[in-house]
Write a protein that binds this ligand. Structure first.
Ligand code: TEU
Length: 578
C-alpha cells in the first residue's frame, strides 16, 4: 500500500475522486471496552475498530471521525481542550493507532476534524491567555476592551454567537426584558467578560469556546502543528470545521443588519446580522486557508485531502474551491439546504449550477446529512430519502459523504428535555446511537443506560434485520457502493445534465473515456413516464433501480415518445445496451 502511494504520479486520479466517505459520530457509533465495568453507554474508538469490517463490506473507502479529542464536551467535542490527546471516554492514542492501521490494511482512509477557529476555555492556551494581559499567550485569543455607554459596560461590537437559538426560549421565559411584540429576538452577544483581564473575549460559538486570534502567526503555526501531529500518525485528510470564522476583520468593525431576516418558528436570531467582518472577511480569510492547505505540501505522497466546512454564499465557496483545487474543496450544502423543497427541477438546477461553478481539477462532493442537521428521512420521508441517496451515490467525479445511519434510512429520535445534551444547538435528535441489531441497546452498547436514548423501534429497524431484506435501504446502499467502486465512469467521469420532459424528473449522465451512464430519478410518489433527451444513446439497460433491487433485466428507451416509465419514487441508472 505504502509503496503504491509513494509511486502515485501526477496524472493518476486522486484516491478521493469517487471516494465514499462515511461520517462517524463517535459518541453514538459503537461501544467496545476492555473491561465490562468501564462501559459508559457511549461509543469508543475500539467500537469503531469493531465495525471496520462492516464498513469495508458496505463498500466505504474512507471514514471521517467527528472529534474524539480531549474535551469537556460543551459542544459535542467541538470544544477541544487538547487536540493532541484522545478523550479518555473514547479510549487512548494506542487505540487510535490500532484503528488507523486496521483501516489502512482494509484500504480505508481516515479523515479527522481540525477545529482551527476556537478551543475549549479549558485548553491550556486559554488558561494562560486569560491569566493576565502580559503572559506569553496573552495575544493568542481575541481580547478587546469594553466600551461604555452612559457609564455602562458594553461589548466592543455587535458580533453575535452562532448559538443564539436559546434566546427564543429565554425571551418566552421573560428573561430578556420587555421586547415589543413586533421586534425580533436579539441574538446572544459573541463576547464574554473576563474579570481577571478586565476585558471581553470573543466566542463565535459557545461561551466555553473562545476564538483563537488567527492574526497571530504563532497561533497559526500552533494550529498547523496540530495538523502535522495527526498526519504523522497516519491520518489522510481533514474536515476543517467552521473555517470561515478564522477570517475576521482585525479592526472588529460592527456587522450590518440583515434586512431579509424574518423571525419564525425555527429561526436563529444570529441570522439578523450579515456576516462580513466577523467571518469570511476577504483580506484575512483567503490567505489563512491557503496557509492551512500549505501544510499538505510536505505530505504529498499520501494523497492528502481537505474539506472545508463553511456556510457561505456560492461566490465565496467558489473562491475557496479555487485555492487549491487538487487537494482542497468546500462542502456542497446547496441541495441539503433546500432538501424539503423536493422538486426535481429545483434540484436539477442546483446540481447543474454546482458542477458548473466548480473550478477545473476540483472534485465535487455531495451530502445528505451530518451531525448538525435533522436526518434526511425525517426531512423528506423514507422513499424520497432513498432517491436522494441514489442521486448522490451515482453522481460522477465526487466524494459521497454518508452520515452514519443513512444506510439504514434512520430517522430523528425525539429526546425528552431532561435527557437532552445539546442545549445550545438542539441537535440531539440526529445524534442518537446506531441501531445495529434487534438485541440489547440495538447492539450499540452493553451498558444499562445510553448517553442519549435510541429509537425505540429498533427491534424492527436495525441493520442486522435489514441485511436479510433484499429490498432494504442497507442493501440499496451496498448495491450503489458496489457499482461506484467498480465503475471508473462514476469515479472519474464528467457530469452532463440531461433534459427530462417531465418536470418531476431529475436526470444526468456521467461520461468518461467513451463510456457513459445516465441516472433518471422520479421525485413523486406516482408512476410516471418521461422522455430523457441529450443522452448519447436511446436504448439502455437498467443497471440498478432504487425500488427494484432484484434488477430483473429491463430495457428502457430514453428518447422514445412514450418515454421511460418510472415507478413511484424510483430512480434508475441506465447504461447503453450492447
Ligand atoms: O458547525 C459550524 C456551523 O456553522 C454551525 O452553525 C452549524 O450550522 C450549526 O451547528 C447548526 O446548528 C461546526 C460543527 O459542525 C458543529 O457541530 C459545531 O457545533 C460548530 O462548528 C462549532 O465548532
Amino acid at each position: 500500500m505504502k509503496q503504491m502511494e509513494a509511486n502515485r504520479t501526477n496524472t493518476e486520479p486522486s484516491f478521493w475522486e469517487g471516494a465514499s466517505i462515511y461520517q462517524i459520530y463517535p459518541r453514538s457509533f459503537m461501544e467496545v471496552r476492555l473491561e465490562a465495568e468501564d462501559l459508559r453507554g457511549e461509543g469508543s474508538l475500539l467500537g469503531i475498530i469493531d465495525k471496520l469490517d462492516y464498513l469495508k463490506d458496505l463498500g466505504i473507502n474512507a471514514i471521517w471521525i467527528s472529534p474524539f479529542f480531549m474535551s469537556p464536551m460543551e459542544d459535542g467535542g467541538y470544544d477541544v481542550s487538547d487536540y493532541t490527546a484522545v478523550d479518555p471516554r473514547y479510549g487512548t492514542l494506542e487505540d487510535f493507532n490500532a484503528l488507523t492501521s486496521k483501516a489502512h490494511e482494509l484500504g480505508i482512509k481516515i479523515m479527522v476534524d481540525l477545529i482551527p477557529n476556537h478551543t475549549s476555555d479549558q485548553h491550556s492556551w486559554f488558561e494562560q491567555s486569560r491569566s493576565s494581559r502580559d503572559n506569553p499567550k496573552a495575544d493568542w485569543y481575541v481580547w478587546a476592551d469594553p466600551v461604555y455607554v452612559n457609564g455602562e459596560r458594553r461589548p466592543p461590537n455587535n458580533w453575535a454567537s452562532v448559538f443564539s437559538k436559546p434566546q427564543l426560549e429565554a425571551r418566552k421565559r421573560g428573561e430578556l426584558g420587555d421586547i415589543p411584540e413586533d421586534q425580533p429576538t436579539p441574538p446572544a452577544s459573541a463576547w464574554e467578560w473576563d474579570g481577571t483581564r478586565q476585558q471581553y473575549y470573543l466566542h463565535s460559538f459557545a461561551e466555553g469556546q473562545p476564538d483563537v486570534n488567527f492574526h497571530n502567526p504563532e497561533v497559526r503555526e500552533a494550529v498547523k502543528n496540530g495538523m502535522r501531529f495527526w498526519l504523522d500518525l497516519g491520518v489522510d485528510a481533514f474536515r476543517i470545521d467552521a473555517v470561515n470564522y478564522i477570517g475576521k476583520d482585525p479592526e472588529l468593525r460592527d456587522e450590518e443588519p440583515n434586512p431579509d431576516y424574518v423571525e419564525g418558528h425555527d429561526s436563529n436570531p444570529y441570522d439578523q446580522l450579515i456576516r462580513y467582518h466577523s467571518a469570511g472577511y476577504t483580506d484575512t480569510f483567503y490567505p489563512y486557508i491557503e496557509e492551512l492547505v500549505s501544510v499538505l505540501n510536505d505530505y504529498k505522497d499520501k494523497d492528502p485531502r481537505i474539506i472545508f466546512e463553511a456556510y457561505m454564499p456560492d461566490e465565496d465557496l467558489s473562491k475557496i474551491d479555487s485555492t487549491a483545487p487538487k487537494v482542497a474543496s468546500s462542502f456542497n450544502f446547496t441541495r441539503l439546504d433546500i432538501i424539503e423543497d423536493w422538486r426535481a427541477r429545483l434540484h436539477q438546477e442546483a446540481l447543474d449550477g454546482y458542477y458548473r461553478r466548480l473550478p477545473k481539477g476540483s472534485i465535487a462532493n455531495h451530502v445528505n446529512g451530518n451531525h448538525d442537521k435533522p436526518r434526511i428521512a425525517s426531512r423528506i420521508g423514507f422513499d424520497p430519502a432513498r432517491v436522494a441517496a441514489f442521486i448522490n451515490g451515482t453522481l460522477p467525479k465526487a466524494m459521497w459523504f454518508i452520515f452514519q445511519g443513512e444506510e439504514g434510512n434512520f430517522i430523528n429520535v425525539e429526546v425528552p428535555e431532561e435527557l437532552q445534551d445539546d442545549k445550545l444547538g438542539g441537535r440531539d435528535e440526529e445524534r442518537t446511537p446506531m441501531l445495529w441489531t434487534p438485541g440489547k441497546n440495538a447492539g450499540f452498547s452493553d451498558a444499562d443506560r445510553l448517553w442519549l436514548p435510541n429509537d425505540s423501534n429498533y427491534k424492527k429497524v436495525n441493520l442486522e434485520t435489514q441485511g436479510k431484506d433484499p429490498f432494504s435501504t442497507l442493501n440499496l446502499f451496498k448495491a450503489l457502493l458496489a457499482i461506484r467502486n467498480g465503475s471508473p465512469t462514476i469515479k472519474h467521469g464528467n457530469y452532463h445534465p440531461l433534459f427530462a420532459d417531465n418536470p418531476d424528473v431529475l436526470a444526468f449522465a456521467g461520461r468518461y473515456k467513451g463510456n457513459q451512464y445516465s441516472t433518471v430519478a422520479n421525485f413523486t410518489a406516482r408512476e410516471i413516464s418521461t422522455r430523457v433527451l441529450r443522452a448519447e444513446h436511446n436504448v439502455g439497460r437498467v443497471l440498478l433501480s432504487s425500488t427494484h433491487l432484484d434488477c430483473k433485466p429491463r430495457l428502457v428507451s430514453l428518447e422514445d415518445k412514450e418515454g421511460t416509465r418510472l415507478g413511484p419514487n424510483e430512480a434508475i441508472v441506465v447504461v447503453p445496451s450492447a
